[in-house]
Design a protein around this ligand. Structure first.
Ligand code: WT7
Length: 648
């Protein structure tokens, strides 16, 4: 059994959860009265405009509804309702790449959100239910835009700034967005980079739905302005009123879409609700980060991912906290950037991804010791399984063996944390997400619902609906049911399957073992093999391709492509071929999907029915012994050939 670290309670003054007994008592409350316990929190936490009349509606499963009939508004929940007590408290502390700083109080945030909301209504004719695509850098205007959409009931869909024009275009079209909000660009590693030109390219073909582009001027570089379509945010905002009524939203009205990758097909627009989503965002902020009124909380994610939505913007602000927003990268100007910021702002909770922890460890093992990090109480990690060496360094070098580490397991689809230690409460084991949070019924089961034997891998399922769960895939109810409720059943009823494998130990600790499908986790970001393969197939000389994840020291997994060329004339120059293929990937998806390595092979291991045996390809790239049965392959000899090519 792995080492157990007992919580250091002395760092905590009256934590949310004092002991495992308290945790167990709340779990028991949910066991005894699931809906009633959720209702208790919904009543306590949400500032309802009109009360709901049903807690959980299961009549159209798996299209569950929570708190039906109630109305509220997420921007009101996150900003307006705090104004009586926190008007002058910092809501957002912004630090730019080049060190520029801005502190935005709750009052100032309300002012800007209202002006922006009015601008969307008056200048761009945005109405409740309209989709707004946000393609922005990590600047406060991104958060303001999200909240402005929420204020008037528009549905935002943020596209991560690293995605290409092609990827942006697909997402704009799928959501049929009316407005794109972007910036000229921003700064990275001391230099300006551009976003608006990417939007221009995306809109060149086939985005007729988009009527306008609203541009925040951040880096001041020259950009192209299309007359009648493009408007400057900075100019338009000046004449807008700072008074804006919050649109009353039904609990189930969509708050946002966020596109994510699956194992097959194009990215799916994960649709989240208003009330259920914000309730859990706020509760987990309070429970998992033990957020207190005087705390300064920093999550290093990008708003383009779900972590940025729930744990930079919505969760912290709903909880009335101070959230730090950082434009730059952790290694610029040096590997001490994060620790310098922790010292300067006296950060109490620091939340990042294993990939960043590994990088900072590698680049500056002793860097943390140069700074005063004594304000830290909680260190969070998210996005992929964290390896024990990274965990230990985080715990010892960054946390001075004093902090609680919260290894938070969740997904875009779950809206917020599902499995996580509770600080000052849960005895933690390195690299283990520990236990399901109260209210979340997380079970490791076989396909038919039987719990797995201790120590055996099984399917990580959430067997009861929860308020912040995905409601559907935008425009594709069928795919929603198939993707999440198609694989596992409990008591004959389809249950939510995460796509991950997991294991339960003797003492009931849950360890996530990783995806069971063809999804690759690169630096904590989900990449669909099908998407990457589709991009590579656009190359004229590619006959077939299969991509798999290859363990990578920093990124967790990198992308490895097995490629069969139509003609090997050009193969003398493999490096050139690799370059052009990666250029294609960059144009189709973005730099995050670039392949680390490729192997040009004569054929792929296929079954007689033509199915590519990815598992064999995964074993080869890991240098593992092939234990799979190869006799069913069309040509079993291909395995040895590929092996020798990969080994070089
Ligand atoms: C996938 C979800 C959740 C926000 C960031 C990624 C993996 C996430 C952990 C963790 C082990 C983890 C899973 C999951 N994952 N957190 N603490 N331990 N694996 O969101 O892009 O929706 O990806 O990330 O495989 O399914 P996402």
């Amino acid at each position: 059994m792995s080492e157990i670290f007992n919580p250091k309670k002395e760092m905590f003054n009256n934590p949310q959860f004092g002991s495992m007994e308290e945790y167990k008592a709340l779990v028991a409350d949910f066991d005894n009265d699931y809906e009633g316990t959720w209702a208790k929190f919904a009543d306590e936490k949400i500032d309802w405009f009109t009360p709901y009349n049903k807690i959980l509606d299961e009549s159209n499963a798996p299209f569950y509804k929570w708190f039906s009939g109630g109305t509220m508004n997420v921007a009101h929940q996150c900003v307006d309702r705090h104004l009586d007590t926190k008007k002058n408290k910092a809501a957002i502390i912004f630090e730019g790449d080049n060190g520029d700083k801005e502190i935005i109080t709750y009052r100032e945030l309300a002012y800007r959100v209202n002006q922006t909301a009015n601008m969307f209504k008056n200048k761009f004719d945005i109405k409740k239910g309209d989709r707004v695509v946000i393609y922005m850098p990590m600047i406060p205007e991104a958060a303001v835009t999200m909240l402005a959409c929420a204020k008037i009931g528009a549905i935002h869909s943020i596209v991560f700034g690293g995605f290409s024009a092609e990827a942006l275009k697909d997402r704009i079209i799928d959501a049929s967005a009316k407005l794109v909000v972007t910036a000229d660009g921003a700064f990275r590693k001391g230099k300006p980079y551009m976003l608006k030109p990417v939007v221009d390219t995306a809109l060149e073909t086939g985005c007729e739905c988009v009527k306008n582009v609203c541009i925040v001027e951040r880096n001041g570089e020259d950009i192209n302005w299309v007359s009648g379509r493009d408007y400057s945010y900075n100019e338009l905002i000046k004449s807008e009123s700072s008074v804006c009524e919050a649109e009353p939203m039904e609990s189930e009205d969509p708050l946002f879409l966020l596109y994510t990758s699956g194992s097959t097909g194009k990215p799916k627009g994960v649709q989240h609700s208003s009330a259920g989503y914000i309730l859990w965002a706020q509760m987990t902020m309070e429970w998992v980060f033990d957020i207190k009124d005087n705390d300064t909380y920093w999550c290093t994610a990008d708003v383009g991912w779900i972590t940025g939505h729930t744990y930079i913007v919505y969760g912290p602000l709903a909880a009335g906290a101070t959230t730090v927003m950082f434009e730059g990268v952790p290694t610029f100007p040096d590997a001490g950037r994060c620790w310098k910021m922790v010292e300067e702002y006296q950060i109490n909770q620091f939340y990042t991804a294993p990939t960043a922890i590994r990088l900072l460890h590698k680049m500056g093992e002793n860097e943390p010791a140069k700074y005063d990090l004594s304000s830290l109480r909680i260190l969070g990690t998210v996005g992929e399984p964290i390896d024990p060496p990274a965990w230990k360094w985080y715990y010892e070098a960054v946390g001075n063996s004093n902090c609680s580490i919260v290894d938070t397991y969740w997904q875009t689809e779950t809206g917020g944390h599902m499995i996580s230690p509770l600080p000052a409460c849960t005895p933690i084991k390195p690299a283990c997400a520990t236990f399901a949070l109260p209210g979340i019924i997380a079970e490791v089961i076989e396909e038919n619902g039987t719990p797995t034997t201790t120590g055996e891998k099984g399917f990580m399922c959430i067997t009861k609906p929860w308020p912040s769960m995905i409601r559907t895939i935008w425009n594709d109810d069928e795919r929603f049911v198939k993707s999440y409720f198609g694989d596992c059943k409990k008591d004959g009823k389809a249950v939510y399957f995460t796509g991950d494998g997991a294991m339960v130990s003797e003492d009931d600790y849950i360890t996530i073992t990783g995806r069971t499908d063809d999804v690759i986790n690169v630096s904590g970001h989900r990449m669909g093999t099908a998407e990457v393969e589709a991009a590579i197939k656009k190359h004229d000389n590619v006959a077939s391709v299969a991509v798999v994840g290859k363990p990578h020291e920093i990124k967790g997994e990198g992308i490895f492509a097995y490629i069969v060329l139509k003609s090997d004339e050009g193969i003398a120059d493999e490096l050139e071929e690799m370059k052009t293929i990666n250029q294609l990937i960059k144009a189709e998806i973005g730099a995050i999907a670039l392949c680390d390595a490729m192997a040009f092979v004569p054929d792929l291991p296929k079954t007689r029915s033509g199915k590519i045996m990815r598992r064999i390809l995964r074993s080869i790239v890991k240098g593992e012994e092939i234990i799979q049965d190869t006799s069913t392959l069309e040509d079993p000899s291909i395995v040895g050939i590929i092996e020798s090519i990969v080994k070089g």
